[in-house]
Design a protein around this ligand. Sequence first.
Ligand code: HEM
Length: 162
Amino acid sequence: TVELNPTLLPLEWLLGTWECDEPGEGSFPTIKPFRYTETLHFSHVGQPVINFMFNAFHAESKKPMHRECGFVRMQPGTNRVAFIIAQNSGLVEIEEGELTGQQLSLQSQQLARISFAKEPYVKQICRVFQLRPDGKLEQTVSMATDNQPLMQHLRITYRRSS
Ligand code: HEM
């Protein structure tokens, strides 16, 4: 095993595999509320970069649904964190924000998409990861689209599985 790059020590708590402990809740004013399961993997190879994969599934049928993968970087000597993300929907994004204790609060800085992406288009994303005192990880995602203001889309909690 390779030693963690010291730049990333403030994010060491994120590394590993996380399984949702109960199905996450999805909602938005324009869609039917839904439930989903999700597994998160955060790993590193000694570079000052965390590699991640998020794989979401339909809670009942277990069919693969949403997927994201990318990289996390920290600006050395600061609490600034950047996520570089590609999504299976054809969306790519840069999110940046701050690490405060074990809470990571991110806002989209750049969004781009494939020419034939489904509408409505996402205009803004706000995401929070928080390691709770009980050891569970919580993620919430809010978004604004062409026709809806910023509103929560996802909420889910995970327990560490390795
Ligand atoms: C719908 C974006 C993550 C499941 C949508 C819509 C958008 C969107 C723009 C359409 C809303 C509308 O019609 O007004 C995103 C973004 C995500 C994300 C930006 C990540 C940052 C997820 C995840 C799941 C999910 C993890 C879990 C399975 C759904 C479902 C719908 C939906 C089931 C409604 C049906 C559909 O339009 O396909 N999402 N989503 N999304 N999303 Fe997400």
